[in-house]
Design a protein around this ligand. Structure first.
Ligand code: GTP
Ligand code: SPV
Ligand code: MN
Length: 592
Protein backbone atom coordinates (compact mmCIF):
# COMPACT_ATOMS: atom_id res chain seq x y z
CA UNK A 1 0.00 0.00 0.00
CA UNK A 2 1.01 3.61 -0.24
CA UNK A 3 0.59 7.03 1.33
CA UNK A 4 0.16 8.64 -2.07
CA UNK A 5 -3.61 9.06 -2.21
CA UNK A 6 -3.76 9.56 -5.98
CA UNK A 7 -1.96 6.26 -6.43
CA UNK A 8 -4.08 4.47 -3.83
CA UNK A 9 -7.32 5.66 -5.43
CA UNK A 10 -6.20 4.79 -8.95
CA UNK A 11 -5.11 1.27 -7.95
CA UNK A 12 -8.51 0.74 -6.27
CA UNK A 13 -10.34 2.04 -9.33
CA UNK A 14 -8.42 -0.29 -11.67
CA UNK A 15 -8.95 -3.23 -9.32
CA UNK A 16 -12.68 -2.53 -9.38
CA UNK A 17 -12.56 -2.67 -13.19
CA UNK A 18 -10.28 -5.70 -13.67
CA UNK A 19 -11.37 -7.66 -10.58
CA UNK A 20 -8.10 -9.43 -9.68
CA UNK A 21 -8.18 -12.02 -6.87
CA UNK A 22 -5.40 -10.12 -5.12
CA UNK A 23 -3.11 -7.12 -5.40
CA UNK A 24 0.65 -7.38 -4.85
CA UNK A 25 2.89 -4.31 -4.49
CA UNK A 26 6.28 -4.95 -6.09
CA UNK A 27 9.26 -3.97 -3.91
CA UNK A 28 12.03 -4.98 -6.32
CA UNK A 29 13.85 -7.22 -3.81
CA UNK A 30 15.81 -10.31 -4.79
CA UNK A 31 13.61 -12.50 -2.61
CA UNK A 32 10.52 -11.23 -4.38
CA UNK A 33 12.18 -11.90 -7.75
CA UNK A 34 12.86 -15.52 -6.81
CA UNK A 35 9.31 -16.07 -5.57
CA UNK A 36 7.90 -14.66 -8.81
CA UNK A 37 10.28 -16.74 -10.94
CA UNK A 38 9.26 -19.89 -9.09
CA UNK A 39 5.58 -19.11 -9.42
CA UNK A 40 5.81 -18.26 -13.14
CA UNK A 41 7.93 -21.38 -13.77
CA UNK A 42 5.44 -23.61 -11.93
CA UNK A 43 2.61 -22.22 -14.08
CA UNK A 44 4.59 -22.62 -17.32
CA UNK A 45 4.68 -18.86 -18.01
CA UNK A 46 8.49 -19.05 -18.08
CA UNK A 47 11.01 -21.89 -18.17
CA UNK A 48 14.20 -21.94 -16.13
CA UNK A 49 17.25 -22.40 -18.36
CA UNK A 50 20.41 -24.44 -17.70
CA UNK A 51 21.69 -22.94 -14.48
CA UNK A 52 25.31 -23.94 -15.16
CA UNK A 53 25.50 -22.55 -18.70
CA UNK A 54 23.03 -19.66 -18.38
CA UNK A 55 22.72 -18.82 -14.67
CA UNK A 56 19.62 -16.87 -13.70
CA UNK A 57 18.20 -17.06 -17.24
CA UNK A 58 14.65 -17.83 -18.32
CA UNK A 59 12.79 -18.69 -21.49
CA UNK A 60 9.41 -17.40 -22.59
CA UNK A 61 7.14 -17.87 -25.58
CA UNK A 62 4.46 -15.39 -26.60
CA UNK A 63 1.28 -16.30 -28.47
CA UNK A 64 1.91 -16.93 -32.18
CA UNK A 65 0.04 -13.78 -33.23
CA UNK A 66 1.73 -11.64 -30.58
CA UNK A 67 5.37 -11.38 -31.65
CA UNK A 68 5.90 -7.68 -32.47
CA UNK A 69 4.51 -4.23 -31.80
CA UNK A 70 1.10 -3.87 -33.42
CA UNK A 71 1.19 -0.36 -34.88
CA UNK A 72 -2.29 -0.74 -36.38
CA UNK A 73 -3.75 -1.34 -32.89
CA UNK A 74 -1.79 1.53 -31.31
CA UNK A 75 -3.63 4.81 -30.79
CA UNK A 76 -3.02 8.33 -29.58
CA UNK A 77 -6.17 9.45 -27.81
CA UNK A 78 -6.35 13.25 -27.72
CA UNK A 79 -9.48 15.41 -27.56
CA UNK A 80 -8.67 16.84 -30.98
CA UNK A 81 -7.78 14.53 -33.86
CA UNK A 82 -5.37 17.10 -35.33
CA UNK A 83 -3.25 16.88 -32.18
CA UNK A 84 -2.42 13.25 -33.00
CA UNK A 85 -1.53 14.21 -36.58
CA UNK A 86 -1.44 12.21 -39.81
CA UNK A 87 1.39 10.07 -38.41
CA UNK A 88 -0.77 8.40 -35.72
CA UNK A 89 -3.94 6.34 -35.37
CA UNK A 90 -6.42 8.36 -33.35
CA UNK A 91 -9.36 7.57 -31.10
CA UNK A 92 -11.41 10.00 -28.98
CA UNK A 93 -10.52 9.48 -25.30
CA UNK A 94 -14.09 8.67 -24.19
CA UNK A 95 -14.49 6.06 -26.96
CA UNK A 96 -11.09 4.58 -26.17
CA UNK A 97 -11.78 4.22 -22.44
CA UNK A 98 -15.15 2.67 -23.22
CA UNK A 99 -13.88 0.23 -25.82
CA UNK A 100 -10.88 -0.91 -23.78
CA UNK A 101 -12.85 -0.76 -20.52
CA UNK A 102 -15.10 -3.53 -21.82
CA UNK A 103 -12.07 -5.74 -22.45
CA UNK A 104 -10.43 -4.88 -19.11
CA UNK A 105 -13.69 -5.56 -17.26
CA UNK A 106 -13.13 -8.65 -15.11
CA UNK A 107 -9.99 -9.51 -17.13
CA UNK A 108 -7.95 -10.27 -13.99
CA UNK A 109 -10.44 -12.65 -12.35
CA UNK A 110 -8.51 -15.59 -10.89
CA UNK A 111 -5.26 -13.63 -11.32
CA UNK A 112 -3.04 -11.31 -9.29
CA UNK A 113 -2.64 -7.65 -10.12
CA UNK A 114 0.96 -6.54 -9.62
CA UNK A 115 1.66 -2.88 -8.86
CA UNK A 116 5.04 -1.87 -10.28
CA UNK A 117 6.36 1.59 -9.36
CA UNK A 118 9.15 2.36 -11.82
CA UNK A 119 11.48 5.20 -12.71
CA UNK A 120 12.61 5.99 -16.24
CA UNK A 121 16.06 7.39 -15.54
CA UNK A 122 18.00 7.24 -12.26
CA UNK A 123 15.71 7.31 -9.20
CA UNK A 124 15.36 10.84 -7.87
CA UNK A 125 16.99 12.61 -10.82
CA UNK A 126 15.08 15.69 -11.98
CA UNK A 127 15.62 14.28 -15.49
CA UNK A 128 13.64 11.12 -14.65
CA UNK A 129 9.93 10.35 -14.84
CA UNK A 130 7.98 7.96 -12.67
CA UNK A 131 5.36 5.51 -13.87
CA UNK A 132 3.30 2.84 -12.16
CA UNK A 133 2.34 -0.20 -14.18
CA UNK A 134 -0.51 -2.46 -13.09
CA UNK A 135 -0.28 -5.85 -14.78
CA UNK A 136 -1.50 -9.42 -14.48
CA UNK A 137 1.68 -10.82 -16.06
CA UNK A 138 4.68 -12.03 -14.04
CA UNK A 139 6.68 -11.99 -17.31
CA UNK A 140 6.03 -8.25 -17.47
CA UNK A 141 7.11 -7.77 -13.83
CA UNK A 142 10.36 -9.68 -14.42
CA UNK A 143 11.11 -7.77 -17.63
CA UNK A 144 10.34 -4.40 -16.04
CA UNK A 145 12.77 -5.39 -13.26
CA UNK A 146 15.53 -5.52 -15.89
CA UNK A 147 14.44 -2.66 -18.15
CA UNK A 148 13.70 -0.05 -15.45
CA UNK A 149 14.65 0.97 -11.93
CA UNK A 150 11.69 -0.21 -9.89
CA UNK A 151 10.28 -1.11 -6.47
CA UNK A 152 10.40 0.46 -3.00
CA UNK A 153 12.90 3.21 -3.81
CA UNK A 154 10.55 4.51 -6.51
CA UNK A 155 7.49 4.21 -4.27
CA UNK A 156 9.33 6.36 -1.72
CA UNK A 157 9.89 9.01 -4.41
CA UNK A 158 6.19 8.92 -5.22
CA UNK A 159 5.30 9.57 -1.63
CA UNK A 160 7.19 12.84 -1.62
CA UNK A 161 4.65 15.61 -1.96
CA UNK A 162 3.28 16.40 -5.41
CA UNK A 163 4.92 13.41 -7.08
CA UNK A 164 3.10 12.75 -10.34
CA UNK A 165 3.31 9.55 -12.32
CA UNK A 166 2.17 8.00 -15.59
CA UNK A 167 -0.73 5.63 -14.98
CA UNK A 168 0.00 2.44 -16.94
CA UNK A 169 -2.63 -0.29 -16.96
CA UNK A 170 -1.93 -3.62 -18.64
CA UNK A 171 -3.83 -6.88 -18.82
CA UNK A 172 -3.03 -9.90 -20.94
CA UNK A 173 -6.80 -10.52 -20.96
CA UNK A 174 -7.16 -13.40 -23.44
CA UNK A 175 -4.22 -12.50 -25.74
CA UNK A 176 -6.91 -12.09 -28.39
CA UNK A 177 -5.75 -9.99 -31.35
CA UNK A 178 -9.35 -8.88 -31.93
CA UNK A 179 -9.43 -7.53 -28.40
CA UNK A 180 -5.99 -5.94 -28.41
CA UNK A 181 -5.52 -2.18 -27.96
CA UNK A 182 -2.50 -0.07 -27.07
CA UNK A 183 -3.89 3.30 -26.06
CA UNK A 184 -2.09 6.49 -25.07
CA UNK A 185 -3.81 9.38 -23.30
CA UNK A 186 -1.25 12.22 -23.29
CA UNK A 187 -3.77 14.64 -21.76
CA UNK A 188 -4.31 12.27 -18.79
CA UNK A 189 -0.69 11.03 -18.60
CA UNK A 190 -2.06 7.49 -18.94
CA UNK A 191 -1.53 4.31 -20.99
CA UNK A 192 -3.95 1.39 -21.37
CA UNK A 193 -2.67 -1.78 -23.01
CA UNK A 194 -4.80 -4.89 -23.28
CA UNK A 195 -4.73 -8.24 -25.07
CA UNK A 196 -0.99 -8.50 -25.73
CA UNK A 197 2.04 -10.03 -24.05
CA UNK A 198 4.76 -8.75 -26.45
CA UNK A 199 7.54 -6.45 -25.17
CA UNK A 200 6.95 -3.15 -26.93
CA UNK A 201 3.19 -3.45 -26.31
CA UNK A 202 3.38 -4.32 -22.62
CA UNK A 203 6.64 -3.10 -21.05
CA UNK A 204 4.88 0.22 -20.77
CA UNK A 205 7.94 2.16 -19.59
CA UNK A 206 9.61 1.64 -22.98
CA UNK A 207 8.04 2.83 -26.24
CA UNK A 208 4.67 3.82 -24.67
CA UNK A 209 5.98 5.98 -21.82
CA UNK A 210 9.58 6.84 -22.70
CA UNK A 211 8.70 7.82 -26.28
CA UNK A 212 4.98 8.40 -27.00
CA UNK A 213 3.94 9.94 -23.68
CA UNK A 214 7.38 11.43 -22.96
CA UNK A 215 7.60 13.10 -26.38
CA UNK A 216 4.38 14.93 -25.52
CA UNK A 217 5.62 15.91 -22.03
CA UNK A 218 9.00 16.89 -23.47
CA UNK A 219 7.41 19.27 -25.93
CA UNK A 220 5.44 20.95 -23.14
CA UNK A 221 8.42 21.08 -20.77
CA UNK A 222 11.04 22.00 -23.38
CA UNK A 223 13.19 18.88 -23.71
CA UNK A 224 13.44 15.96 -26.15
CA UNK A 225 12.47 12.26 -26.00
CA UNK A 226 14.07 10.45 -28.92
CA UNK A 227 14.48 6.96 -30.45
CA UNK A 228 18.26 7.18 -30.19
CA UNK A 229 21.26 5.25 -28.96
CA UNK A 230 23.82 7.12 -26.87
CA UNK A 231 27.52 6.24 -26.95
CA UNK A 232 30.85 7.66 -25.90
CA UNK A 233 33.96 7.46 -28.09
CA UNK A 234 37.14 7.64 -26.04
CA UNK A 235 40.14 8.82 -28.01
CA UNK A 236 43.74 7.85 -27.29
CA UNK A 237 44.22 11.09 -25.30
CA UNK A 238 41.40 10.11 -22.90
CA UNK A 239 38.92 12.65 -24.23
CA UNK A 240 35.40 11.18 -24.60
CA UNK A 241 33.01 12.54 -27.22
CA UNK A 242 29.36 11.51 -26.92
CA UNK A 243 26.95 11.11 -29.82
CA UNK A 244 23.22 10.31 -30.03
CA UNK A 245 21.98 8.46 -33.11
CA UNK A 246 18.50 7.77 -34.48
CA UNK A 247 18.12 4.83 -36.87
CA UNK A 248 14.81 3.09 -37.62
CA UNK A 249 14.19 -0.48 -36.42
CA UNK A 250 16.70 -3.05 -37.67
CA UNK A 251 19.16 -0.40 -38.82
CA UNK A 252 21.87 -1.04 -36.26
CA UNK A 253 21.36 1.00 -33.07
CA UNK A 254 22.27 -1.84 -30.68
CA UNK A 255 25.25 -2.77 -32.85
CA UNK A 256 26.65 0.77 -33.04
CA UNK A 257 26.10 1.43 -29.32
CA UNK A 258 28.28 -1.61 -28.47
CA UNK A 259 30.80 -1.17 -31.29
CA UNK A 260 34.10 -3.08 -31.09
CA UNK A 261 36.93 -0.89 -32.44
CA UNK A 262 38.90 -2.47 -35.31
CA UNK A 263 42.27 -3.76 -34.13
CA UNK A 264 44.34 -0.83 -35.40
CA UNK A 265 42.18 1.76 -33.67
CA UNK A 266 41.94 -0.32 -30.50
CA UNK A 267 45.72 -0.49 -30.31
CA UNK A 268 45.90 3.25 -30.78
CA UNK A 269 43.76 3.54 -27.65
CA UNK A 270 40.21 4.00 -28.91
CA UNK A 271 37.47 2.73 -26.63
CA UNK A 272 33.67 2.73 -26.71
CA UNK A 273 31.31 3.47 -23.83
CA UNK A 274 27.68 2.32 -24.18
CA UNK A 275 25.14 4.64 -22.55
CA UNK A 276 21.98 3.38 -24.29
CA UNK A 277 20.81 1.44 -27.35
CA UNK A 278 17.26 2.63 -27.98
CA UNK A 279 16.00 5.75 -26.19
CA UNK A 280 17.51 9.12 -25.28
CA UNK A 281 16.04 11.90 -23.16
CA UNK A 282 17.87 15.15 -23.81
CA UNK A 283 17.85 18.57 -22.16
CA UNK A 284 19.67 21.84 -22.46
CA UNK A 285 21.63 22.36 -19.25
CA UNK A 286 22.93 25.54 -17.60
CA UNK A 287 26.06 25.41 -19.79
CA UNK A 288 23.91 25.73 -22.93
CA UNK A 289 24.85 22.25 -24.09
CA UNK A 290 22.53 19.35 -24.85
CA UNK A 291 22.79 16.56 -22.24
CA UNK A 292 21.34 13.07 -22.63
CA UNK A 293 20.31 10.25 -20.33
CA UNK A 294 19.15 6.78 -21.24
CA UNK A 295 15.88 6.34 -19.34
CA UNK A 296 16.17 2.54 -19.49
CA UNK A 297 18.23 0.14 -17.38
CA UNK A 298 18.36 -2.81 -19.75
CA UNK A 299 18.47 -3.92 -23.36
CA UNK A 300 15.51 -5.46 -25.20
CA UNK A 301 17.52 -6.51 -28.23
CA UNK A 302 16.92 -8.57 -31.35
CA UNK A 303 18.45 -12.05 -30.93
CA UNK A 304 18.83 -13.37 -34.52
CA UNK A 305 22.10 -12.25 -36.06
CA UNK A 306 23.70 -11.63 -32.66
CA UNK A 307 26.93 -13.64 -32.41
CA UNK A 308 30.48 -13.28 -31.13
CA UNK A 309 31.62 -11.88 -34.46
CA UNK A 310 28.80 -9.39 -35.11
CA UNK A 311 28.38 -8.17 -31.52
CA UNK A 312 30.50 -9.92 -28.90
CA UNK A 313 29.51 -7.34 -26.27
CA UNK A 314 25.86 -8.30 -26.65
CA UNK A 315 26.78 -12.00 -26.46
CA UNK A 316 28.69 -11.38 -23.21
CA UNK A 317 25.80 -9.34 -21.83
CA UNK A 318 23.25 -12.17 -22.20
CA UNK A 319 25.20 -14.94 -20.44
CA UNK A 320 23.31 -14.52 -17.13
CA UNK A 321 20.15 -12.98 -15.63
CA UNK A 322 18.58 -12.72 -19.07
CA UNK A 323 15.07 -13.47 -20.32
CA UNK A 324 14.95 -14.95 -23.82
CA UNK A 325 11.67 -14.60 -25.72
CA UNK A 326 10.67 -16.65 -28.80
CA UNK A 327 14.12 -18.10 -29.51
CA UNK A 328 14.89 -21.81 -30.08
CA UNK A 329 15.08 -23.98 -26.95
CA UNK A 330 17.77 -26.67 -27.07
CA UNK A 331 17.49 -30.06 -25.33
CA UNK A 332 20.21 -29.06 -22.84
CA UNK A 333 18.05 -26.09 -21.79
CA UNK A 334 20.16 -23.47 -23.48
CA UNK A 335 19.01 -21.29 -26.38
CA UNK A 336 19.89 -20.64 -30.00
CA UNK A 337 18.81 -18.43 -32.87
CA UNK A 338 19.56 -18.08 -36.57
CA UNK A 339 23.07 -16.64 -37.06
CA UNK A 340 23.85 -17.21 -33.41
CA UNK A 341 27.04 -18.71 -31.97
CA UNK A 342 27.98 -22.36 -32.23
CA UNK A 343 26.90 -25.04 -34.67
CA UNK A 344 23.28 -25.20 -35.79
CA UNK A 345 21.63 -27.50 -33.20
CA UNK A 346 20.54 -30.92 -34.48
CA UNK A 347 17.21 -30.55 -32.73
CA UNK A 348 15.23 -28.33 -30.41
CA UNK A 349 11.84 -26.78 -29.74
CA UNK A 350 11.00 -23.82 -31.93
CA UNK A 351 9.48 -20.51 -30.88
CA UNK A 352 6.01 -21.95 -31.42
CA UNK A 353 6.75 -24.90 -29.11
CA UNK A 354 7.03 -27.44 -31.93
CA UNK A 355 9.83 -30.01 -32.39
CA UNK A 356 12.40 -28.49 -34.71
CA UNK A 357 15.43 -29.60 -36.70
CA UNK A 358 17.46 -27.84 -39.38
CA UNK A 359 15.99 -27.90 -42.88
CA UNK A 360 12.35 -28.39 -41.82
CA UNK A 361 9.99 -26.80 -44.34
CA UNK A 362 6.41 -25.63 -44.09
CA UNK A 363 3.68 -26.69 -46.52
CA UNK A 364 4.71 -23.95 -48.97
CA UNK A 365 8.30 -25.18 -49.00
CA UNK A 366 9.71 -22.32 -46.89
CA UNK A 367 12.38 -23.09 -44.29
CA UNK A 368 10.98 -23.06 -40.74
CA UNK A 369 13.10 -20.91 -38.46
CA UNK A 370 13.91 -22.06 -34.94
CA UNK A 371 13.72 -18.55 -33.54
CA UNK A 372 11.23 -15.88 -34.58
CA UNK A 373 13.00 -13.11 -36.58
CA UNK A 374 11.88 -10.65 -33.88
CA UNK A 375 12.87 -12.89 -30.96
CA UNK A 376 14.56 -10.85 -28.24
CA UNK A 377 16.75 -10.90 -25.15
CA UNK A 378 16.08 -8.80 -22.07
CA UNK A 379 19.34 -8.17 -20.22
CA UNK A 380 20.63 -5.72 -17.61
CA UNK A 381 22.73 -2.92 -19.05
CA UNK A 382 25.20 -3.28 -16.18
CA UNK A 383 26.28 -6.64 -17.62
CA UNK A 384 27.51 -5.07 -20.85
CA UNK A 385 31.34 -5.00 -20.93
CA UNK A 386 31.26 -1.50 -22.45
CA UNK A 387 28.60 -0.08 -20.10
CA UNK A 388 29.43 3.57 -19.46
CA UNK A 389 30.45 4.70 -15.98
CA UNK A 390 28.05 7.62 -16.43
CA UNK A 391 24.87 5.53 -16.74
CA UNK A 392 23.76 6.35 -13.19
CA UNK A 393 24.77 10.00 -13.51
CA UNK A 394 21.63 12.05 -12.94
CA UNK A 395 22.06 14.31 -15.93
CA UNK A 396 23.90 12.02 -18.27
CA UNK A 397 26.41 12.98 -20.94
CA UNK A 398 26.97 16.06 -23.15
CA UNK A 399 26.06 15.41 -26.79
CA UNK A 400 28.54 16.67 -29.40
CA UNK A 401 26.77 15.26 -32.46
CA UNK A 402 23.32 14.08 -33.42
CA UNK A 403 23.37 11.40 -36.11
CA UNK A 404 20.51 10.30 -38.32
CA UNK A 405 20.66 7.22 -40.50
CA UNK A 406 18.74 4.69 -42.49
CA UNK A 407 19.08 1.75 -44.82
CA UNK A 408 19.58 3.19 -48.30
CA UNK A 409 21.08 1.00 -51.03
CA UNK A 410 21.48 4.08 -53.23
CA UNK A 411 21.49 7.85 -52.93
CA UNK A 412 22.79 8.46 -49.41
CA UNK A 413 26.55 8.85 -48.99
CA UNK A 414 28.39 7.10 -46.17
CA UNK A 415 28.23 10.29 -44.12
CA UNK A 416 27.45 13.97 -44.54
CA UNK A 417 27.10 16.92 -42.25
CA UNK A 418 24.23 19.40 -42.35
CA UNK A 419 25.03 23.09 -42.85
CA UNK A 420 23.44 24.10 -39.55
CA UNK A 421 20.78 23.04 -37.03
CA UNK A 422 17.77 24.07 -39.14
CA UNK A 423 19.12 22.20 -42.14
CA UNK A 424 19.90 19.26 -39.81
CA UNK A 425 16.27 19.16 -38.70
CA UNK A 426 15.31 18.94 -42.37
CA UNK A 427 17.76 16.06 -42.81
CA UNK A 428 16.13 14.24 -39.86
CA UNK A 429 12.62 15.05 -41.04
CA UNK A 430 13.32 13.54 -44.48
CA UNK A 431 14.95 10.40 -43.12
CA UNK A 432 13.88 7.20 -44.80
CA UNK A 433 14.77 3.55 -44.96
CA UNK A 434 14.31 0.96 -47.65
CA UNK A 435 12.00 -1.89 -46.88
CA UNK A 436 13.75 -5.18 -46.20
CA UNK A 437 12.42 -8.63 -47.07
CA UNK A 438 11.23 -8.88 -43.48
CA UNK A 439 8.75 -6.06 -43.93
CA UNK A 440 5.41 -6.03 -45.64
CA UNK A 441 5.29 -4.08 -48.91
CA UNK A 442 7.39 -3.59 -51.99
CA UNK A 443 11.06 -4.33 -51.41
CA UNK A 444 13.43 -1.44 -51.83
CA UNK A 445 10.56 1.01 -51.49
CA UNK A 446 11.49 4.04 -49.45
CA UNK A 447 9.48 4.54 -46.29
CA UNK A 448 9.76 7.95 -44.63
CA UNK A 449 10.55 7.63 -40.94
CA UNK A 450 11.45 11.09 -39.61
CA UNK A 451 14.03 10.93 -36.82
CA UNK A 452 13.12 7.17 -36.60
CA UNK A 453 10.08 8.41 -34.64
CA UNK A 454 7.22 7.69 -37.05
CA UNK A 455 5.73 4.94 -34.84
CA UNK A 456 6.68 6.67 -31.58
CA UNK A 457 5.89 10.39 -31.76
CA UNK A 458 2.93 10.92 -29.41
CA UNK A 459 1.64 14.03 -31.18
CA UNK A 460 1.37 15.76 -34.55
CA UNK A 461 4.73 15.45 -36.26
CA UNK A 462 4.41 18.92 -37.77
CA UNK A 463 4.58 20.25 -34.19
CA UNK A 464 7.42 17.84 -33.47
CA UNK A 465 9.50 19.37 -36.28
CA UNK A 466 8.65 22.79 -34.82
CA UNK A 467 9.86 21.60 -31.41
CA UNK A 468 13.17 20.43 -32.89
CA UNK A 469 13.63 23.82 -34.57
CA UNK A 470 12.88 25.61 -31.29
CA UNK A 471 15.27 23.44 -29.26
CA UNK A 472 18.13 24.36 -31.59
CA UNK A 473 17.67 28.02 -30.73
CA UNK A 474 18.13 27.29 -27.02
CA UNK A 475 21.49 25.56 -27.37
CA UNK A 476 24.83 27.26 -27.38
CA UNK A 477 26.52 25.63 -29.15
CA UNK A 478 23.95 23.26 -30.68
CA UNK A 479 25.33 19.80 -31.51
CA UNK A 480 26.30 19.32 -35.14
CA UNK A 481 23.87 17.15 -37.12
CA UNK A 482 25.06 14.33 -39.43
CA UNK A 483 23.52 11.62 -41.59
CA UNK A 484 25.11 8.19 -42.06
CA UNK A 485 24.35 5.21 -44.30
CA UNK A 486 26.14 1.91 -43.68
CA UNK A 487 24.03 0.16 -46.31
CA UNK A 488 24.98 1.62 -49.71
CA UNK A 489 25.52 -1.15 -52.28
CA UNK A 490 27.40 -1.65 -55.53
CA UNK A 491 25.81 -2.66 -58.86
CA UNK A 492 25.66 -6.26 -57.68
CA UNK A 493 23.86 -5.39 -54.45
CA UNK A 494 26.91 -5.95 -52.24
CA UNK A 495 27.50 -3.56 -49.33
CA UNK A 496 30.23 -1.06 -50.26
CA UNK A 497 31.11 -0.31 -46.64
CA UNK A 498 32.19 -3.10 -44.25
CA UNK A 499 30.20 -1.57 -41.39
CA UNK A 500 30.08 -2.70 -37.74
CA UNK A 501 33.40 -1.92 -35.96
CA UNK A 502 34.68 -0.05 -39.00
CA UNK A 503 31.93 2.52 -38.46
CA UNK A 504 34.26 3.98 -35.82
CA UNK A 505 36.25 5.51 -38.70
CA UNK A 506 33.18 7.55 -39.61
CA UNK A 507 32.57 8.52 -35.98
CA UNK A 508 36.19 9.72 -35.81
CA UNK A 509 35.52 12.07 -38.74
CA UNK A 510 32.26 13.25 -37.16
CA UNK A 511 33.98 14.14 -33.88
CA UNK A 512 36.85 15.84 -35.71
CA UNK A 513 34.28 17.97 -37.57
CA UNK A 514 32.59 18.87 -34.28
CA UNK A 515 35.93 20.18 -33.02
CA UNK A 516 36.69 21.99 -36.25
CA UNK A 517 39.79 19.86 -36.77
CA UNK A 518 39.12 18.68 -40.32
CA UNK A 519 37.90 20.15 -43.60
CA UNK A 520 35.16 18.85 -45.91
CA UNK A 521 33.75 19.14 -49.38
CA UNK A 522 30.69 21.37 -49.74
CA UNK A 523 27.93 19.76 -51.83
CA UNK A 524 24.26 20.64 -52.44
CA UNK A 525 23.16 18.25 -49.64
CA UNK A 526 25.80 19.18 -47.05
CA UNK A 527 29.46 18.63 -46.15
CA UNK A 528 30.97 15.34 -47.34
CA UNK A 529 34.41 14.09 -46.19
CA UNK A 530 37.42 14.45 -48.42
CA UNK A 531 38.39 10.80 -49.02
CA UNK A 532 41.84 11.32 -47.45
CA UNK A 533 40.24 12.46 -44.18
CA UNK A 534 38.69 9.06 -43.43
CA UNK A 535 41.28 6.86 -41.68
CA UNK A 536 41.58 3.81 -43.93
CA UNK A 537 44.58 2.11 -42.30
CA UNK A 538 43.95 -1.64 -42.10
CA UNK A 539 40.70 -1.26 -44.02
CA UNK A 540 40.17 -3.58 -46.96
CA UNK A 541 38.40 -1.28 -49.38
CA UNK A 542 39.09 -0.06 -52.92
CA UNK A 543 39.53 3.58 -53.87
CA UNK A 544 36.59 3.23 -56.24
CA UNK A 545 34.34 2.06 -53.41
CA UNK A 546 35.37 4.98 -51.18
CA UNK A 547 34.78 7.43 -54.02
CA UNK A 548 31.34 6.00 -54.63
CA UNK A 549 30.50 6.06 -50.90
CA UNK A 550 31.47 9.72 -50.72
CA UNK A 551 29.69 10.87 -53.85
CA UNK A 552 26.20 12.08 -54.63
CA UNK A 553 24.17 11.77 -57.81
CA UNK A 554 22.32 15.02 -58.44
CA UNK A 555 19.69 13.42 -60.68
CA UNK A 556 18.80 10.88 -58.01
CA UNK A 557 18.56 13.67 -55.46
CA UNK A 558 16.15 15.57 -57.71
CA UNK A 559 13.98 12.46 -57.72
CA UNK A 560 14.31 12.12 -53.93
CA UNK A 561 13.07 15.65 -53.47
CA UNK A 562 9.69 14.70 -54.93
CA UNK A 563 9.29 12.20 -52.07
CA UNK A 564 10.10 14.92 -49.52
CA UNK A 565 7.39 17.17 -50.91
CA UNK A 566 4.78 14.44 -51.05
CA UNK A 567 5.48 13.56 -47.42
CA UNK A 568 5.39 17.13 -46.12
CA UNK A 569 2.15 17.98 -47.93
CA UNK A 570 0.31 15.59 -45.60
CA UNK A 571 0.88 18.00 -42.71
CA UNK A 572 -0.84 20.93 -44.41
CA UNK A 573 -0.70 24.38 -42.83
CA UNK A 574 0.69 23.00 -39.59
CA UNK A 575 4.14 22.28 -41.05
CA UNK A 576 6.67 24.91 -39.89
CA UNK A 577 7.64 27.34 -42.64
CA UNK A 578 11.33 26.62 -41.97
CA UNK A 579 10.85 23.11 -43.36
CA UNK A 580 9.58 24.52 -46.66
CA UNK A 581 12.42 27.06 -46.59
CA UNK A 582 14.91 24.21 -46.37
CA UNK A 583 13.08 22.33 -49.10
CA UNK A 584 13.32 25.34 -51.42
CA UNK A 585 16.96 25.93 -50.53
CA UNK A 586 17.85 22.32 -51.32
CA UNK A 587 15.96 22.50 -54.63
CA UNK A 588 17.90 25.64 -55.48
CA UNK A 589 21.25 24.07 -54.62
CA UNK A 590 20.32 21.09 -56.81
CA UNK A 591 19.42 23.63 -59.51
CA UNK A 592 15.85 22.42 -59.92
P1 GTP B 1 15.61 -2.34 -32.88
O1 GTP B 1 16.00 -3.01 -31.60
O2 GTP B 1 14.51 -3.06 -33.61
O3 GTP B 1 15.28 -0.89 -32.67
O4 GTP B 1 16.90 -2.43 -33.93
P2 GTP B 1 18.36 -1.77 -33.89
O5 GTP B 1 18.31 -0.44 -34.55
O6 GTP B 1 18.93 -1.80 -32.52
O7 GTP B 1 19.20 -2.73 -34.88
P3 GTP B 1 20.33 -3.84 -34.58
O8 GTP B 1 21.56 -3.23 -33.98
O9 GTP B 1 19.69 -4.96 -33.83
O10 GTP B 1 20.74 -4.31 -36.08
C1 GTP B 1 19.81 -4.63 -37.08
C2 GTP B 1 20.44 -5.37 -38.24
O11 GTP B 1 21.37 -4.53 -38.94
C3 GTP B 1 21.23 -6.61 -37.86
O12 GTP B 1 20.92 -7.63 -38.76
C4 GTP B 1 22.68 -6.19 -37.97
O13 GTP B 1 23.50 -7.27 -38.26
C5 GTP B 1 22.64 -5.19 -39.11
N1 GTP B 1 23.72 -4.17 -38.99
C6 GTP B 1 24.03 -3.44 -37.89
N2 GTP B 1 25.08 -2.61 -38.14
C7 GTP B 1 25.43 -2.82 -39.44
C8 GTP B 1 26.45 -2.26 -40.30
O14 GTP B 1 27.24 -1.39 -39.92
N3 GTP B 1 26.50 -2.71 -41.59
C9 GTP B 1 25.65 -3.66 -42.06
N4 GTP B 1 25.76 -4.04 -43.31
N5 GTP B 1 24.68 -4.23 -41.26
C10 GTP B 1 24.57 -3.81 -39.98
C1 SPV C 1 11.69 -1.52 -31.72
O1 SPV C 1 10.86 -2.15 -32.38
O2 SPV C 1 12.14 -0.40 -32.10
C2 SPV C 1 12.20 -2.09 -30.44
C3 SPV C 1 11.51 -3.24 -29.86
O3 SPV C 1 13.15 -1.58 -29.88
S1 SPV C 1 10.04 -2.83 -29.01
O4 SPV C 1 10.35 -2.61 -27.59
O5 SPV C 1 9.13 -3.94 -29.13
O6 SPV C 1 9.49 -1.62 -29.54
MN1 MN D 1 13.94 0.33 -31.02
Amino acid sequence: MTLNTELKNWVNECAKLCKPDKIVWIDGSLREKELLENEAASKGEITRLNDKKLPGCFYHRTAINDVARTENLTFICTSKKEDAGPNNNWMAPADAYKKAGEIFSGSMKGRTMYVIPFSMGPVGSPFSKIGVELTDSIYVVLNMRIMTRMGSAVLKELEKSNATFTKCLHSKAEFDIKKRLILHFPEDNAIWSVGSGYGGNVLLGKKCLALRIASHIAKTEGWMAEHMLIMGIEEPNGRIGYVAAAFPSACGKTNLAMLIPPEGLRKKGYRIWTVGDDIAWMRVDTDGQLWAINPEAGFFGVAPGTNSKSNSNAVKTVQKNTIFTNVLLKPDMTVWWEDGDGPVPKEGTDWQGRPWKPGLKDKDGNIIKGAHPNSRFTAPMSQCPTASFRIEHHHGVPIAAVIFGGRRAHLMPLVYQSFNWQHGVYVGATMASERTAAQFGKQGEVRRDPMAMLPFCGYNMADYFGHWLGMGKKMLPAPKIFHVNWFRTDDKGKFLWPGYGENLRVLEWILARCRGEVGAKETPIGYIPNPEDIDKKGLDITKAAIDKLLSINVDNWKEELKGHKEFFLEFGERLPKEIWEEYEALAKRLKI
